[in-house]
Design a protein around this ligand. Structure first.
Ligand code: GDP
Length: 141
């Protein structure tokens, strides 16, 4: 079993698509290990996306991710990281495959409904950004 970290982004919450997206995630075989609704500040959004600090879209990304509530979740499944990236599709919904979450629901490359960790190491780092291991273990045991 492997875990990955997703965030249902502010556009997902605003469009009242959290239920539809969670339904798709669960039907694909992912188990929800941790989940909460929260709101990032510009500082916490900037820290989460620190690797993109130098990119031209960083300001827009931080603005968007702190623009409203979001729903981070830890998901568990065999091959979770890779399978979840497949389920969400390409960053730009125009390039995402049919049936993927971004193709179905996203409006643009910036406002693209969901985040998904891109490696096992980042999944661990990103999960600890939102959830404590102690709490997550207690809840699931
Ligand atoms: P991901 O791993 O598919 O989420 O994509 P990246 O790691 O390349 O980018 C992280 C996030 O930055 C994306 O999910 C988008 O929300 C945002 N982003 C990426 N490219 C652009 C862009 O060209 N413009 C804007 N506004 N946001 C972008």
């Amino acid at each position: 079993m492997e875990t990955t970290l997703t965030i249902l982004k502010p556009d997902c919450v605003r469009k009242q698509l959290t239920g539809a997206v969670i339904d798709k995630i669960e039907r694909t075989g992912f188990r929800i290990v941790a989940m909460k609704k929260t709101k990032l500040t510009k500082e916490t959004a900037g820290a989460f996306y620190a690797v993109h600090r130098e990119r031209p879209f960083f300001g827009e990304l931080v603005q968007f991710m702190s623009s409203g509530p979001c729903v981070p979740m830890i998901l568990e499944k065999e091959n979770a990281v890779e399978d979840f990236r497949k389920l969400i599709g390409a960053t730009d919904p125009a390039e995402a495959e049919e049936g993927t979450i971004r193709k179905l629901y996203a409006d643009s490359k910036g406002e693209n409904i969901v985040h998904g960790s891109d490696s096992g190491d980042n999944a661990q780092i990103e999960s600890s950004f939102f959830f404590s291991t102690e709490e997550t273990v207690r809840v699931n045991n």
